[in-house]
Design a protein around this ligand. Sequence first.
Ligand code: F6P
Length: 518
Amino acid sequence: MRDPSINRLLTEAAASPHIRNLHKLWSDNPERHRQFTLETQSLYLDLSKNWIDRDVISLLHQLADSCRLQQAITKLFNGEVVNSTEQSAAGHTTLRDPNHRNYQNNLKAMFSLTDRITDGDIKTAFGKPVKQWVNIGIGGSYLGPRLVVEALTELQSESRIPVYFAASVDDSLINQLFQTIDIEHCLFCISSKSFGTVETLMNARAIEQKLKTLPGYEPQPGQSSLMAITANTEKARQIGISDDMILAFDDSIGGRFSLWSAIGFPIVMAAGKQAFTDLLAGAHQMDQHYRQTPVDKNLPAMMALLAIWYRNYMELSAYGCLPYDARLRCLPQWLQQLMMESTGKMHNNSGGVIDYPTSPWVFGDHGQLSQHAFFQAFHQGLDALPLDFIGVIDGSPNQQFLLYNMLAQGAALMKGQKEDNSMAGCPGNKPSTTLLMKRMDAKAMGELLAMYEHMIYTQSVIWDINCFDQPGVELGKTLARDIQDYVSNDSLNQLDLDPSTLSLINQVNPTTKESNHD
Ligand code: F6P
């Protein structure tokens, strides 16, 4: 965004009516489907249904060059400072590089614990072998592992242990979990990079309290129902978790980039060691692609430039993620955190306030379910927005039908339909991107997720922002703690809050409700 002349040219290009006219773009260049498709070992990306032409692409490449994208990629992989707030490197790619010591150390620790669990060396505090596993964690300590566990658990593995997730503080969910699991055979894992996330610690405490009430619960060396995965091992020790039940990872691994670290342990439990190794291999393949491929054939770079084109020049503020495969149903939520928490920023790397919008509002769901819920607005609403349709080539007749549905949506959005004197007319000319996974396996998942990670990093380079911090989420957390404290001390009126929130607190809290009749 730093070169005013490129900015101006892109702004002018976005204002030209022909660039928003897919019919015209195709009649000018019927070869778009050949020119705007990109490929890696596991992915096939078709950008041809977007509001772009070769001139725009060339300007976007100039934009990337002017922001020194290639140098920024080198910095990321060389372990230089890319997290300007914390003055640190971002270590996630080292975890999938087989030549890096972090890769070896990480797998060694994870797999040796896996073996101890599956060989029955570790017993739960009830003296029973571990047959189930519960992940207590939220945000990056939940979304990535959950997505991959759901995507890969169809794969059979020698060590498959069913995995459950407890993310939000919610009595009904915890009670439901207790009804579902076999507590005596269950290993509960507190997954938290900081080991300071209130929700996670509250859930962990609730679960521990429950365990303590059960007959036969006797934690002792070699017998534990609790373990921890964290970058803050000291805090885990403080709550009584022994060293051999803690998997550590490095502070330089950002929470939402952490599924490759010990945070991915549920993936090993559910899908096995080989699947996790393949996942890392797929991600490493994408790392190599990102480092070595020129921008015009570089999937993450092109995805990022396209998103920036829509966000900053076309001024579209939403972004849809629509996987047409139940195994990818958590992808939209994972991408939502990755994109919005990483790039929803107002300060540049030097601390100045920026004057251009960054992260769009990311939303989405399983594509076919969405078709019957919110696609109406895509087809006949007046807005357009960038959409990623994501499908898995699978071969089975039902999956094939799903894919045809997906392709039909992209075509219908672009083509529309004329209906004289009818309410059924659709204007068409709605852009979309189609991303095909050539198969569903751990390698392809690794490629897909690393592609989105690098897309986000590329955006942050162009926007000159730090994608590895999240200072904005702290305010709400602090306020929640304050409200809890002030309510418990019966001194809510001392809290500097607006009348609406104060009155709502009175509504939801029975004690203040009785004492304050406002
Ligand atoms: O509140 C946001 C956040 O800090 C995320 O960045 C992170 O993924 C999540 O909370 C959970 O954090 P932790 O792993 O430290 O419990």
